[in-house]
Ligand binder design. Sequence first.
Ligand SMILES: Nc1ncnc2c1ncn2[C@@H]1O[C@H](COP(=O)(O)OP(=O)(O)OP(=O)(O)O)[C@@H](O)[C@H]1O
Length: 655
Amino acid sequence: MSHVNKSAHPFDKGRLEALLSRRFFYAPAFEIYGGVAGLYDYGPSGSTLQANIIAEWRKHFIVEESMLELDTTIMTPAPVFETSGHVARFADWMVKDVKTGDVIRADHLVKNVLEARLAGDKEARGQAAAPAKEDEKDKKKKKNKTAKAAAVQLADDVAKSYEVTLAQLDNFSGAELGELCRKFNIRNPDTDNEVTEPQEFNLMFASSIGPTGQHPGYLRPETAQGHFLNFSRLLDYNNGRVPFASAQIGRSFRNEISPRAGLLRVREFTMAEIEHFVDPQNKSHPRFKEMRDVVLVLLDRHVQSSGNTTLIKMSIGEAVEKGIIANETLAYFMARIYLFLLKIGINPDRLRFRQHMSNEMAHYATDCWDAEIQNSTGWTECVGCADRAAYDLTVHSARTGHPLVVREALKEPIVTEKEVPEFNKKALGKTFKQDAGVLQKHVESLDEAALSKLKSELAEGSTTIIIDGKTFEIAPDLLRVERKTFKQSIREYTPNVIEPSFGLGRILYTLLEHTYWSREQDVERGVLSLPPVVAPTKVLIVPLSSKEEFDPLVQEVSSKLRRAGIFSRVDDSNTSIGKRYARNDELGTPYGVTIDFASVQNKTMTIRERDTMDQRIGSIDEVIATVTDLVEGNIDWTEACQRLPAYDGVQAIES
Ligand SMILES: Nc1ncnc2c1ncn2[C@@H]1O[C@H](COP(=O)(O)OP(=O)(O)OP(=O)(O)O)[C@@H](O)[C@H]1O
């Protein structure tokens, strides 16, 4: 699918939102009770779209990479998140309006206000693009939702300091965000009131397990911990071999401070997470060479800390060689994420990978790149790809006493020699009484060089050791130091974890923005150019008339498509064919087949392609074979046109 904007009309978010609501992709949950911010229900089109994205995700990752799939519980006992660090640190900074008490996430407030002032500055300098025409309804809707600043020109150094601040926004602590609010006089844009100092707010939903209330728990904010706690079983399942990856698709919950960005920031969402367990001494990837030449758009840490947003285009092979991406496995997954997003229809020109700055990284991560997708609200993280090192397995193992390690038989045993102290404990006890233990501990803590020295002193007679001012005279009958040989045939280590973490709602929404456009002849005729692989319905069957004589043919076409594994729907409503096609353009249905009077007589059928409205004709079986190949991605529309001649009744049908 080409990502050239087909529309002669500028993108209009209001129109897209109206379409998504009208065609029930998703809607606010509990709407008739007034709704709850950050909670959404998906309707038939949204659910199927999400299911198709998940199906492709499973093929692209789980099947292609032989991952071990999991389905672990959402409700999690508190000790798990105490150990993982979420109870102490899974938090955002919030401020309150000093008069109304309205709560706002501090970094979002700074971002919105500074971006609005910069936009006002651009307008005042006459650089702004001509604003899209908005009707009054749209304007009203937008009011209160975004911080709007008047068209006021800023001093050059002020504008620059805003830009530098915005480029580093994710790097600031709570105190620094408070400082920024004071320095730039940032207030609540809805009321113009001052805001309080930032306070930390933990994003986990707390609960309790069982009737006594004595077992606190949390709804998980990510699926990852379920993978780590099952590590030993997974390793066993994988015959004790590393590397391997586990994968899980499931719900997560975050009590976001003030979610106002539709599906981009919600309180309950579906995640798809991979935990790839790897030897910390060897983070190469066996299939790296297959991805080496994939070129990604990168925004690295150093560029951002200089207040810049300059992007570089580079193959992942080069990025690893230059040390821009930490290791092969991390880079391999970034390339695989990129290919997945393209496959489902994300525009590659609006996709970049941004590296986290050091303060921004989650408490467990050592390197992290976010796949960010550009949309009407800016660049949004849709997939996080982090090297979590050995953090999680180490802390859970320490807390539970359950070893979460790999034990690997060494091909060649490692033979080492070292000096070892040997004590005559009986004689030592007699000579030094209760101080014998102190002496023994001290000697055991000596390094190789100190033990060698001790050995040669003992060989010459006796030696003296002073511990905390106390002198110990040691003769060779109390202590000997011997050189011993050790043979190690097992290596034990805690694996590191590379984690790609996908938020499906964010991907789904940005995909809808990227594929939405409206027909040149009529701005109201919206189209979603969803690729067939994810489109909720692949083929629309449109009988021209509701006459009974059409029924057997409609059933025949339906059942043949069903047998070919192609999801189709019949639209036998009484509206014109043009209206029926228009409705399905809005649903993103890529192909329509029309059954008319000629079909009944000649067993022919036309096929219409959604984006071009181009129509072709062929025998029913030819058309079914062609549409099957199209949906399965075996051919494109140009190839389909070589198989089937043009249908010239097109104008009549679309009008
Ligand atoms: N509140 C949310 N609503 C929808 N999706 C979310 C939300 N929080 C996280 N995600 C998704 O889960 C993925 C992994 O979560 P991660 O913890 O890396 O996000 P995050 O860094 O906390 O996001 P943000 O900085 O935007 O709050 C994100 O890339 C995103 O797609």
